[in-house]
Design a protein around this ligand. Structure first.
Ligand code: ADP
Ligand code: MG
Length: 246
């Protein structure tokens, strides 16, 4: 498997708190990786470092062999690493389709601005495909404001997906969802992962075990364990600090 992303000694502190500490992490192209760990383990901070939202205190980040450490978020996203944002990325007064089309367009503008008419058709096609992929085709003409919580979260995934990222980062995509919505969204994520690389932070252990190829366990900013779902399930240290306590 071709390696897509690698961090080496990646660390970030906030004052005296080490939120992420000396993390060596690699993900292969096409992989669906889950990151789990208790609250405060450093999962979101780790994502923010990768996405260029936050500079590391030390350590390096390589994407497709290129050192991207310290690049700002817009540069990182242009290279193909996109994090799905919470509700803020949805324009409530636009329709579901328009929200996705705007995202698809932003990608086209960055890459194909000279193509004009043919690019517009491609944008429309991509928006329509994305709409179907995230299960919102029937709601295409509804205003985003009128979606249920679960549908809004899926729309966020669609917005991220419409930009055709090479690496999609999903931080607790099922937060606040009902068990049914959670299961449907996790199924959606594993379908998306068919064509691209996805790293997902998720709390629902049953679903994590079901969809992940490999799982990385963070604890107090450090990698506690990494392996297949079976490895993680059998790991005593993981059971002690995480699964056992739940
Ligand atoms: P997780 O996503 O695993 O719950 P976070 O990455 O959000 O963990 O947080 C890891 C630690 O870093 C926590 O102790 C949190 O309080 C702290 N932290 C995160 N962001 C900041 C910040 N911007 N300023 C200060 N402390 C922060
Ligand atoms: Mg978090």
């Amino acid at each position: 498997m071709m390696e897509l992303l690698r961090t080496a000694g990646l660390s970030r502190s906030f004052g005296s708190l080490q939120a992420v500490l000396d993390v060596d992490f690699a993900v292969g192209a096409g992989e669906l990786r889950s990151i789990i760990g208790p609250n405060g383990a450093g999962k979101s901070t780790f994502f923010r470092l990768i996405a260029g939202e936050l500079p590391p205190s030390s350590g390096r980040i390589r994407f497709k062999g290129r050192d991207i450490t310290g690049l700002p978020q817009h540069a990182v996203s242009r290279l193909g690493i996109v994090k799905s944002y919470q509700i803020t990325s949805v324009f409530p007064h636009l329709t579901v389709f328009e929200n996705i089309r705007v995202a698809a367009q932003s990608r086209a503008t960055a890459y194909n601005f000279w193509q004009k008419a043919s690019a517009l058709g491609a944008v429309r096609d991509r928006a329509e495909r994305t709409l179907v992929a995230v299960g919102l085709a029937a709601k295409a003409s509804h205003r985003a404001a009128h979606l249920s919580h679960g549908e809004k979260r899926n729309l966020e995934i669609g917005i991220a997906l419409a930009t055709e990222p090479e690496l999609l980062l999903l931080d607790e995509p099922t937060a606040g969802m009902s068990p049914e919505e959670t299961e449907a969204t996790m199924r959606l994520i594993s379908e998306i992962a068919g064509g691209r690389t996805v790293i997902v932070v998720e709390h629902n252990m049953k679903l994590v075990m079901k969809i992940s190829q490999r799982i990385t366990v963070l604890h107090q900013g450090q990698i506690l364990a990494e392996g297949t779902p079976a490895d993680i399930r059998a790991n005593h240290r993981v059971q002690q600090v995480y699964l056992g306590g739940a």
